[in-house]
Design a binder for this molecule. Structure first.
Ligand code: AMP
Ligand code: ZN
Length: 475
């Protein structure tokens, strides 16, 4: 079995993935905080995760993929300060927190479906797993990793000796980074300590979402949900955990601290992080109003699958600078790819072709190997695509072999090339094509062109190939 190699943020090395259980991979992805529209940055990160999953499936693994939906507890600042994002979203969109969560959860699933991202096997909402979180906090409390103030229950980071192992940041560095925190809760011992449970008091006295707990009425902190749900669905140690690179220094560091303190076991074996997306050279920000959604992309006339192809042209560990100009170029290549598939389907369906020679299968297999080698080397999608385009452009591969091979690898690329339909040839159309061919044989090109025009007017295009005349839809 061929192995996938990826860059593991934990070890800072490219490593071969060897799962805990043979042929099975447990994968956890930090899901969206559902207080606003899913934007291009999210889409890019989740497309890359989808390629990871599809590559593993191609290699023969059964992937058990879990994703959370953060519908409570995520403050505007990852390190416990600021407003609750859901409450903020509710105000902005004039909905209740519950409505806002449902609305943007739906929008998230609509978006990922548009770009053909496979739905995770297990999708879990934070609000539906409060008990699992409480149990985990209790376990940490029993083991002496927590302390309580009048505002919250905190994880004491100084008790976890490996704190900072993911980001490589020492507690001293953290101290300067999060100093402001002390002001919000004067009883907090270390500024990097993070809340496991917020009490419904002080700045959160009117918090809408709240539950009973051993520490009183309140709501969970953001980080605890991923540890609790990951362990609940996938076990105490999982194979791969993914997220955007913004999660490394706080969220994932905290996930590690609380999980490993509770179980005494390694939480995640391979950490994979996606680099951020820039829009026209700029960071996404409110002032720039550049949080484009999939509907913005569609409204500008681009297809969601062209966007998918576009994102695959960059490596997941490199920042991607999104521009509409470059998307337009990909949209054009995507259209010609779709036309090529239509042509190949036509050739195979309507024209009598010779049987493919053995050499064709060998060439196709060689291409498949090269394509997969690019992906197994730290998911190098730009190089895999370069191989893909090269294979498509080859004139010496039999249409049947070519089509089959492309569709097989599209199981990984996810461009839905299998859904492209070839035209339906009516008896009338067949007659016209035959007439035109006869005229061409007689070198009566003027008349032949007249027939071509008639066919064009009926909404079709003709393409003369070495295997014969191909009819394509005109769009
Ligand atoms: P959030 O809803 O902000 O918690 O983000 C959900 C996922 O999208 C996380 O893995 C983030 O790291 C990722 N993400 C957010 N913004 C961007 C961006 N601009 N580029 C790439 N990934 C992003
Ligand atoms: Zn998470």
């Amino acid at each position: 079995m061929k192995k996938l190699k990826i860059y593991n943020t934990l070890t800072k090395k490219i490593e071969e993935i060897n799962p805990l259980k043979d042929k099975q991979i447990t994968l956890y992805t930090c899901g969206p905080t559902v207080y606003d529209y899913t934007h291009l940055g999210h889409i890019r990160t989740y497309i890359n995760n989808d390629i990871l999953k599809r590559t593993l499936e191609y290699l023969g693994y059964k992937v058990i993929h879990t994703m959370n939906i953060t519908d409570v507890g995520h403050l505007t600042d990852d390190a416990d300060s600021g407003e609750d994002k859901l409450e903020k979203g509710a105000k902005k969109h004039k909905k209740t927190v519950w409505e806002v969560a449902q609305y943007f959860t739906d929008y998230f699933f609509y978006t990922i479906d548009e770009v053909n991202i496979k739905k995770p096997n297990i999708i879990c909402k934070a609000t539906e797993h409060i008990q699992q979180m409480i149990n985990l906090i209790k376990k940490l409390e029993e083991k002496g990793y927590t302390y309580e103030t009048s505002q919250a229950v905190y994880f004491n980071v100084t008790k976890f000796k490996n704190y900072g192992k993911l980001s490589g940041q020492s507690l001293k560095d953290k101290l300067t980074a999060v100093r402001e925190e002390v002001v919000l809760d004067p009883e907090k011992k270390h500024p990097a300590d993070f809340a496991l449970w917020f009490k419904r008091t002080g700045r959160f006295a009117n918090h809408t979402m709240h539950w009973n707990s051993p520490w009183g009425d309140g709501f969970p902190g953001w980080h605890i949900e991923c540890s609790a749900m990951s362990m609940h669905y996938l076990g105490e140690t999982i194979d791969i955990h993914t997220g955007g690179e913004d999660h490394i220094p706080v969220h994932h560091e905290n996930e590690i601290a609380q999980s490993e303190s509770a179980t005494g076991k390694l939480f995640v074996r391979y950490w994979l992080h996606n680099a951020f997306l820039l829009i026209e050279g700029e960071k996404m920000s409110k002032s720039k109003q550049n949080f484009y959604t999939i509907d913005d992309i569609k409204a500008k006339g681009f297809s969601p699958l062209a966007l998918r192809l576009h994102f695959l042209s960059g490596h997941y560990r490199q920042q991607f600078n999104f521009t509409f100009k470059a998307l337009q170029a990909t949209e054009n290549s995507f259209k010609s790819l779709q036309k090529k598939i239509e042509e190949l389907k036509f050739l195979n369906k309507y024209l009598r072709l010779e049987k493919p020679k053995e050499k064709n299968y060998r060439l196709a297999k060689e291409f498949e190997q090269k394509f997969i080698d690019c992906l197994t080397e730290d998911l190098n999608t730009p190089q895999a695509l370069a191989e893909f385009w090269r294979f498509i452009a080859r004139e010496d591969i039999h249409p049947l072999v070519k089509l089959k091979q492309i569709l097989k690898l599209d199981q990984i690329l996810g461009l839905k090339l299998d859904t492209i339909k070839t035209v339906n040839i009516t008896a009338e159309l067949k007659k016209l094509i035959r007439e035109r061919e006869e005229l061409k044989k007689k070198r009566n090109f003027q008349k032949a062109d007249e027939i071509r025009n008639i066919i064009n007017q009926k909404g079709f295009e003709l393409k003369d190939t070495k295997q014969g005349t191909v009819v394509l839809s005109k769009n």
